[in-house]
Design a protein around this ligand. Sequence first.
Ligand SMILES: Cc1cc2nc3c(=O)[nH]c(=O)nc-3n(C[C@H](O)[C@H](O)[C@H](O)COP(=O)(O)OP(=O)(O)OC[C@H]3O[C@@H](n4cnc5c(N)ncnc54)[C@H](O)[C@@H]3O)c2cc1C
Length: 394
Amino acid sequence: MNRTVLISGASVGGPALAYWLTRHGFQVTIVERSPGGPRRGGQAIDVRGPALEVAARMGVLDEIGAARVQMRGMSMVDGDGNELYRSEERTITGGELDSPDVEILRDDLAEILLAAAGDGVEYLYGDSIAVLDQDDAEVRVTFDSGLRRTFDLVVGADGLHSNTRRLAFGPEGDYLKNLGTYLAVWTTPNFLELDRWQVFHQVPGSSWGGGTMSVRDNAEARVYLGFQSDAPVDYDYRDTEAQKRLMQERLSGGGWELPRMLEYMWDAPDFHFDAMAQIHMDSWSTGRVVLLGDAGYCGSPLSGQGTSMAMVGAYVLAGELKAAGGDHVRAFAAYESELRDYVAANQQLALDNQKRVEAQTAAEMGDEAAAEALVEEGVADFGTVVNGLALKDY
Ligand SMILES: Cc1cc2nc3c(=O)[nH]c(=O)nc-3n(C[C@H](O)[C@H](O)[C@H](O)COP(=O)(O)OP(=O)(O)OC[C@H]3O[C@@H](n4cnc5c(N)ncnc54)[C@H](O)[C@@H]3O)c2cc1C
């Protein structure tokens, strides 16, 4: 009977899974590479559809709702900062403002989920899996620190560049699909003095775009800037200083508030840069090792659904392990069959995202025909996709 589970990664998927597994009677250890706590950084992320129900069943929905970013709306501006349109109904980052969706800073959500997972979980911060060696009976794990332990099961919830995936399934390049857009996010002062507002600049056809939004009661702001590149951009995802230089090279000379944003970038405490990329795998498990969230089925921030997929994935994976009495072969198969369609549809959202933003801009600017043409090109209805899974009771 499988009882001990090692989870790699303490962001969203990892703590949510730990919560459910401990309640189902499993003994959980989480290893997180960042020292002292989850890795900081990231802008507002969204909890939607069945992920809201997962949060409710965890008893954290009110807390998550109270920590939401509380946007009033957004403006789209041209290169001189002139407002092209404004909306108090929806924002680029959070969608419809009157929906039940919760837009929350990544750090705040991780903190709430970790607190919910509670004291029954063992945490190994500042460490990482170095070697995974599994057979029919167990997984023998050696950590970077030299620590050696044995677990019944190992779950990789360690993100887009998952270390667990590399060790158990092979090189990242076999599974990663680069979407050709690169995005950086960082904290700045609220230099535009925004009041729970976001401002975006995106010129149709231009190779870059971005925006800023005030957060934490307007005390600070998040900047997010992205650029497109047909040729793959060579970067080391761990070398933050080189990534900042890359952003400076790619974006200097641009209009609007770009120079100021780039100036703040150099001292930002939490700069995060990465390719918008997806993970596609034929199977999310091999033997006693299974992947969760971005590690197994990253949708990219362009989908807006990475967080919800990780929370729902955690609930289903833990539930299926409970339902199968700990039998990982049956549970991992059921986890996949339950989630495959939901994941595929949500990953597709990222590919349609550009058209969706263009359709919204066209509609807001009064060009209904252009908006309808874009919708007719086959962009799936966002609400239908994000709500496209009914949670089982386990
Ligand atoms: C710094 C950062 C910023 C992000 N910003 C955004 C954003 O602005 N917008 C957006 O939509 N999405 C963002 N994401 C992705 C978003 O958090 C995920 O799509 C989503 O929340 C699913 O989470 P996850 O738990 O699967 O993975 P992630 O949130 O990526 O978390 C993975 C965790 O694993 C840890 N980890 C990595 N390698 C190892 C290792 N070798 N050993 C142990 N632990 C390891 C990481 O430190 C991290 O805590 C960001 C991710 C990161 C890591």
